[in-house]
Design a protein. Structure first.
Ligand SMILES: [Zn+2]
Length: 154
């Protein structure tokens, strides 16, 4: 009975990534502040997951790689708005609708940047730290490759 409710409460990969949860337990928050538009503090991360203790930085310079993820997200976003615009409004060589799309797309990309940056980190960490349904009983793996002074130094 106990086990059954556990399974039902197990958050899916997509939900946990989109909500910036720790990939190991999918419950703890990766970021200290939930509002991504608190622009002074929105990238502050918990050093470890407040729920299961998983470190959020697993090696030196770990989050450099997120540049690729956010690049891919940006491309995917632009492709999506391009297709939506094409279907709903259309493009033509006779007017400047394409420039409207460019401008509006650029605006949204900027406006959504904090969300993209957080999402990139969630996705990135989730590729290196796997979900562990037994996180309550398993020990957190030690990460020897972290140098304390270099933390947050990306
Ligand atoms: Zn966790």
């Amino acid at each position: 009975m106990q086990e059954e409710t556990e399974i039902h409460r197990r958050p899916t990969y997509l939900v946990s990534v989109l909500s910036n949860k720790c990939p190991r337990c999918r419950q703890g928050n990766m970021f200290k502040i939930s509002n991504p538009y608190n622009l002074k503090k929105y990238m502050l991360m918990n050093e470890e997951c407040p729920v299961c203790g998983q470190p959020t930085e697993v090696e030196v310079g770990f989050y450099y790689g997120t540049a690729y993820v956010s690049y891919a997200l940006t491309i995917a976003f632009s492709v999506a708005t391009f297709i939506a615009w094409w279907v709903l409004i259309g493009f033509s060589l006779d007017d400047n609708r394409i420039f409207w799309w460019l401008g509006i797309n650029a605006f949204f990309m900027l406006a959504l940047q904090p969300i993209f940056m957080r999402l990139s980190r969630s996705i990135w960490l989730s590729w290196f730290v796997k979900y562990d349904p037994e996180w309550r009983t398993h020990k957190v793996g030690k990460n020897e490759r972290v140098i304390d002074e270099h933390k947050g130094n990306w």
